[in-house]
Design a protein around this ligand. Structure first.
Ligand code: ZN
Length: 260
């Protein structure tokens, strides 16, 4: 068993996926209890071309957003542990595939979190640069606008998420690649690493000398590249890893050079 990576200094990059939020009551998308497995219409609603083409789908989509269990979700022990790691003074950046904002709610600084698939807390117009919050837009829905149009250009509004059929934002993706390139340790947490280009960030990190550590309950296509693969529940594994990293950081901290 390789544990040496825990003692490495330098920046820590992370890639987080749905698995880190299941303890917060947010269902995974494709698992047995997944949103799309139970409700195929939800996947249809997530496709950009269908969404812009069909007003009825948009009306259903606003209702789905209103009723989304993730809206009231609270951060769990893993989110809080990662925030604690940042506040311990380690250089930390989190790349997340999640749209639930739970890293920020858990205490991570917004500037440390890169949301490669966007977020569900904001609303954008597909035709202009208008943006608003989901809460404000859902108030319009509650007040009777079944498919509220953009107040600036009259265009279609949507959640600020990347839907199927939409490209990732190139600037956001570039930032994520920079994090992967510059990490000494790269943690992939709760992601099956099946979605590109997010998953290939693991390859980028390893190619640039990082120790890759995968925390996921199922095998991933990148396990063979990992220094360590951890199958324990995320709610236990992540706080333990963070405690080890903080302890190692204290040992390797400002006094280490002179003390030895
Ligand atoms: Zn607009």
């Amino acid at each position: 068993m390789t544990t040496d990576w825990r003692g490495r200094t330098g920046p820590i990059g992370m890639l987080t996926g749905a698995g880190i939020s299941t303890d917060s009551g947010i269902p995974d998308f494709r698992g047995p209890k997944g949103v799309w497995t139970k409700d195929p219409i939800a996947e249809l609603l997530s496709t950009y071309q269908n969404y812009v083409a069909d007003p009825e789908l948009r009306e259903r989509s606003w209702i789905a957003r209103r009723d989304n269990p993730a809206r009231g979700a609270e951060p769990n022990a893993a989110h809080k542990a990662l925030a604690e790691l940042e506040h311990s003074g380690r250089a930390v950046r989190i790349i997340t595939q999640n749209i639930d904002r739970l890293h920020q709610k858990g205490g991570s600084s917004p500037r440390k979190v890169i949301e490669i698939h966007g977020n569900m807390s904001d609303v954008v117009c597909v035709g202009c640069t208008y943006h608003s919050t989901m809460d404000a837009t859902l108030e319009r829905v509650a007040a009777g606008e079944a498919d509220p149009p953009c107040p600036v250009c009259g265009g279609i509004l949507k959640a600020a998420t990347i839907m199927f059929g939409q490209k990732l934002d190139p600037k956001t993706l570039w930032q994520a690649e920079q994090v992967a390139e510059n990490s000494a340790i790269f943690l992939a947490i709760g992601t099956s690493l099946g979605v590109q280009p997010a998953a290939s960030l693991c390859e980028v990190a390893v190619g640039n000398g990082a120790d890759l550590v995968i925390v996921n309950n199922e095998p991933t296509p990148y396990d063979h590249l990992a220094t360590e693969v951890i199958r324990d529940p995320i709610g236990e594994a992540v706080p333990r890893i963070v405690a080890d990293l903080i302890a190692a950081g204290t040992e390797n901290g400002t006094s280490s050079e002179s003390a030895r």
